[in-house]
Design a protein around this ligand. Structure first.
Ligand SMILES: *Cc1c(COP(=O)(O)O)cnc(C)c1O
Length: 325
């Protein structure tokens, strides 16, 4: 974060009214986010991270025993909150290319009397995504609530946020934790029509977003240029990481690289566990998924280089061992 923005944050911290409760509707930060995202603040509910909003949606719109359609693999917290709410997860496995057809979801939801569909778009952890028209096809093809978690959509251009105020059954989730780089603040947003928004605001705990977070979030979402440039820098880094890993793919047969709409690259390998272990030994932490995928987040250019060199070393050594065998 540049120094001038940090200075604005410091100034706002010194002028807070510490003996007062925060604004329960977080109006100013919703307004700043709304102007950033092109949405009127009356359709926005702020949460203590989008994680809180996911929990709130499960807790306020669903009852014990309700079926929720969840994709596999997807963000792990959906199943967690589903279980806490004693709802039934109806899991739909993605195909080998880690995508899924909108028609398949519509059919499964309608045939099983599903009360809610929730998935991330683009997906964490796969980096794959559905185009906005396909997402809207799902929203229009079912009568249940559809929650689209757009935590990583700042890195792609297929948001359905503009459809949320008009749609009768859509909630779009946004977070300040990813592209805006503010995970420590705990700030997320739910965008939906005015009826759903009224219920969300009624059901949430009154002071869920603290005054620091409201003030800091307001400042950062007013810095459109900074946010735009940050996304560009991250995407440049991702593209360069993708290209380097792709080069390794042509050199070593044991890895397959997925194209991605996020700031991370997904690698599939039968040696994923071994690679994960070896990278960890060199001080590099990537995410191991299902024993056969690695999610590698783009970092600074030095970090990317260090990763590529370490990955190359592991791959060439396992290659050698196979020749000896
Ligand atoms: C990171 C992430 C979240 C959580 O975001 P917070 O606002 O930090 O709670 C939610 N959904 C997905 C898909 C994420 O990747």
């Amino acid at each position: 974060m540049p120094k001038d923005i940090k200075e604005k944050l410091i100034l706002s911290v010194t002028s807070l009214n510490y003996n007062r409760y925060p604004d329960p509707f977080a109006f100013r930060v919703c307004d700043a986010f709304g102007r950033f995202a092109g949405i009127k603040s009356e359709y926005i509910t702020a949460g203590n991270g989008s994680d809180e909003l996911i929990s709130l949606i499960f807790g306020s719109f669903l009852e014990k025993g309700d079926s929720v359609l969840i994709l596999e693999p997807d963000f792990s917290m959906y199943e967690f909150y589903c279980s806490i709410s004693e709802c039934k997860p109806l899991l739909l496995k993605k195909n080998l290319s880690l995508t899924f057809a909108p028609d398949e979801i519509i059919k499964k939801a309608n045939e099983n009397n599903v009360r809610m569909i929730i998935f991330s778009n683009p997906c964490n952890p796969t980096g794959q995504g559905l185009k906005s028209e396909e997402v809207l096809k799902i929203v229009n093809g079912v009568s249940c609530l559809v929650v689209i978690d757009e935590a990583y959509m700042d890195f792609w251009d297929q948001s359905v946020i503009n459809s949320a105020p008009e749609a009768k059954n859509l909630i779009v989730l946004k977070t300040a934790s990813k592209a805006a780089g503010l995970a420590s603040l705990r700030l997320g947003f739910a965008i939906s029509n005015s009826i759903i928004t009224t219920y969300l605001k009624a059901a949430k705990s009154p002071y869920n977003v603290n005054s620091f977070t409201q003030a800091a979030g307001e400042i950062v979402f007013n810095e459109k240029e900074y946010l735009k440039n940050t996304v560009k820098l991250i995407l440049d880094s991702k593209n360069s990481l993708y290209k380097s890993v792709k080069d390794l793919e042509s050199e070593y047969k044991d890895i397959k690289v997925f194209e991605t709409h996020t700031n991370f690259v997904l690698v599939e390998s039968i040696k994923a566990e071994h690679i994960h272990f070896e990278l960890k030994k060199s001080g590099i932490s990537v995410r191991l998924l299902g024993g056969k995928y690695l999610r590698i987040t783009a970092g600074s250019s030095e970090e990317n280089l260090k990763l590529i060199n370490a990955l190359k070393l592991v791959l060439s050594e396992t290659d050698k061992k196979e020749v000896i065998k």
